[in-house]
Design a protein around this ligand. Structure first.
Ligand code: SAH
Length: 476
């Protein structure tokens, strides 16, 4: 097809990025803002050899799964790719995405897939917000705070996001008021000048504590006291901090935190464990779903659980658990009382400092945390020091586990592996390796940690085939 050509197509599926997919005379088109089930008039914008991209011109027949998006910006903002699709349909689509990946990439034909764990109220779930700050495009010298228009770095001024808390709007207003009064300039990506780059807000779900972090292209701000005074007026704010980032990069956070007022961290609870979280550490963004996710991890890691905890004399029978990619130790501490010992490994030193502090604050003594790459620390501790594992939990970033780590996991030969994944494709790739090396995929549960977006989290339980069974499998 050629550029600007128009056609009418039925949207039959959704792409990994949330575009509608339809075919015109066998030629596949990806259509942003179209929903599976729509009959749509579209205009080709970027034709390629075997497929192309098209713009939604008119919906001729709306999909039965189409809903009215709650956010006025949802088409311009790339954040909520699925907002125009009903929540039930989103869940069904995510479940199928996990299953398709496990089948196609993982080669798993009949792995038991549990129902996806969704949310009752799929909005306003995020405990963290990151707003870019810049000049408004109208050239009148006003500051914009909001989001990047999809696939660009143009900042659209918008103080409310329906995935975040309403208080974020108040905080942005306070920051803008301060910037106007003190004549503080926002950062300009093109020239690398100006000061304020991002406002990062974190809120404790159970505690309501709010930390505001300004990421700045410098060391200090003019009138820091005035900023603090504005922000302190907002109920819930317990800390104001600065993060220095002078790099010409898309990476939001730089290194180092300077506390201007209050606490340099927030506290929150997951289950009955209390966590303190510093701005540079990873922390799950959806607290309601995190409890459900960790509940699944617990169930898969230790099987039946005793709600009273473990009685005296049983410790010896408890498993030794490794928690790789452990962040601030959330999973480790959540599992601690069901384990004999827990070893956590994490690459970010600040997160490990949080993890250790959290263990101490909760009087949990059977955990130990190591700073380093999982693929380096695990072989070292296992091969050189002989620390074994009954259960290994991994929760890697999107790129999945390093091959060296997968190798070590197989050598460590734990009875169970619990794989927590935010990318079904790399999960499937790694599960394939594990199932070819002595493990069986027992059960998979997708969890919707990010409603309205295309992302899906998955927990997968693998168990070690007994040696005899393993040999039989290898012989056939
Ligand atoms: N399990 C934690 C964190 C999961 S996010 C939780 O549920 O909160 C993944 C974590 O892996 C991040 O904290 C990231 O800093 C860390 N990470 C990334 N690459 C790593 C590596 N090669 N080795 C160890 N940790 C790594």
């Amino acid at each position: 097809m050629n550029k600007n050509e128009q056609c009418i197509i039925r949207i039959e599926d959704m792409s990994l990025n949330g575009e509608g997919i339809g075919k015109y005379e066998g030629y596949t088109l990806f259509v942003k803002d179209a929903v599976v089930g729509d009959l749509a008039k579209v205009k080709v914008t970027r034709p390629k050899k075997n497929y192309g991209y098209a713009r939604l011109e008119e919906i001729l027949e709306a999909s039965p799964w189409r809903v009215e998006p709650v956010c006025p910006h949802h088409r311009r903002c790339g954040g909520c790719q699925l907002q125009a699709m009903s929540y039930e349909k989103q869940l069904e689509w995510k479940w199928k995405k996990v299953k398709d990946n496990l089948e196609r990439i993982g080669g798993l034909k009949d792995v038991p897939m549990k129902e996806i764990i969704g949310m009752e109220k799929p909005f306003r779930y995020r405990n963290k917000a990151q707003y870019p700050i810049g000049w408004k495009k109208d050239g009148k010298g006003q500051v914009a705070a909001g989001f990047y228009a999809g696939r660009t770095h143009v900042i659209i001024d918008s103080e409310d996001c329906f995935l975040g808390k309403p208080v974020n709007g108040q905080i942005l207003q306070a920051v803008k008021a301060y910037m106007a009064k003190q004549r503080v300039e926002p950062y300009d990506e093109e020239t690398g000048t100006g000061l304020v780059r991002h406002v990062l807000i974190r809120e404790g779900f159970h505690t309501g504590e709010i930390m505001v972090c300004l990421v700045i292209n410098g060391v200090r701000l003019p009138g820091e006291d005035a900023l603090v005074a504005e922000l302190r007026k907002i109920s819930g704010v317990t800390g104001v901090v600065l993060n220095e980032n002078r790099e010409r990069t898309n990476v939001i956070l730089g290194t180092g935190i300077r506390v201007l007022w209050g606490n340099g961290y927030i506290t929150d609870r997951i289950g009955d464990v209390t966590f303190s979280i510093s701005p540079l550490s990873f922390f799950q963004v959806n607290p309601v779903q995190t409890e459900k996710l960790y509940g699944k991890v617990l169930e898969y890691a230790v099987g039946e659980r005793n709600p009273q905890g473990i009685s005296d004399g049983q410790e010896e029978a408890l498993p030794v658990i490794w928690d790789l990619y452990c962040g601030i130790g959330t999973i480790s501490l959540f599992l601690a009382r069901y384990a004999k010992r827990i070893f956590g490994v994490e690459i970010v030193p600040e997160a490990v400092a949080d993890a250790r502090r959290n263990a101490a604050a909760n009087h949990i003594e059977n955990v130990e945390f190591f700073v380093g790459k999982a693929e380096e620390v695990a072989p070292e501790k296992f091969v050189k020091e002989g620390i074994r594992a009954d259960v290994v939990v991994v929760d890697p970033p999107r790129k999945g586990c390093d091959p060296a780590l997968l190798d070590t996991m197989v050598k460590m030969s734990p009875k169970r592996i619990v794989y927590v994944s935010c990318d079904p494709a790399t999960l499937a790739r790694d599960v394939k390796f594990l199932t070819e090396n002595g493990y069986a995929a027992e059960e998979v549960t997708p969890v919707d940690m990010f409603p309205m977006t295309v992302h899906v989290e998955t927990v997968c339980l693998l168990s070690k085939l007994n040696v005899k069974q393993h040999i039989e499998v290898e012989l056939t």
